[in-house]
Design a protein around this ligand. Sequence first.
Ligand code: ATP
Length: 271
Amino acid sequence: MKKIKDIFKFKKQSAGLVCDVNPPSAYGSDIITVKNLTKQFMGIKAIDDLTVNFPQAKTIGLIGANGSGKTTLVNILTGMLFPDSGEIIVRDKKRTHIKSNELRKYRIARTFQDGRLIEQMSVIDNLLLPVAENNLIESLKEVSTKDYQDRLEKVLEITSLTEHKNKNAEELSYGLRKLLEIGRVLMQDADIYFFDEPFSGLFPEIVEQVCEIICGLQSQGKTIVIIEHNMSLIKRLCNYTIVLNHGKLLAEGIPEEVLQNKDVRESYLGV
Ligand code: ATP
């Protein structure tokens, strides 16, 4: 099997794999900004007048206590939910909401906390699903290109799914299912990748594999947003952190500083 490092460039340090903090693409501007965003569920403000920037080409840890609004924010930014009010600016274009069928246009891809695999479909067909959202003729054209076939082969390889490619999703172990979910977003040539708790419940060796995949994306200059509760993974992988508390911004900045912030320590880390 080809090594992941041969496919995606990354560097290793003695304390474990860490991402390259200086990825190659444009740096310094914001790829997404939300302004005064609000979303309520039956009177509960899941997102409360939130204004925050997502810097381009950074790996951003989106953290906060349970119920602080992380998934709601990602759902709004990936068109799964419409906000009640506020503005979303994606690459300088202002809008009040994003529609889920516009994600390809914005070059946004995401995973789901609960996985959204089609159980009775094969691994390959699950990987092809994002393309199938195109119209039929466009899908067939795209799938038959050499670039697409090369990408499919590469994604099967780095997710360790090559030997399982004809199995139905329901036949896979939990770890392979998580890798298939990740593989599905890798099939999309996006600029912004949202990973909602990609490490939850994984054995350490698969955690390492997912870290390598994320570092590979970072080395290509992608913007990555990771919802994660494990702070050592946040410190290893991320070069920016956004902390939510009751749907509001509590802190943002580089992880080492943010995790030392008094408010973050008191209200999230409980120390
Ligand atoms: P966790 O870390 O537990 O996944 P989170 O930070 O992602 O939490 P959200 O799932 O965004 O938080 O939830 C924010 C608030 O909104 C919580 O009070 C939650 O109960 C509420 N909420 C989220 N989705 C819904 C929904 N569909 N209907 C009702 N309330 C909801």
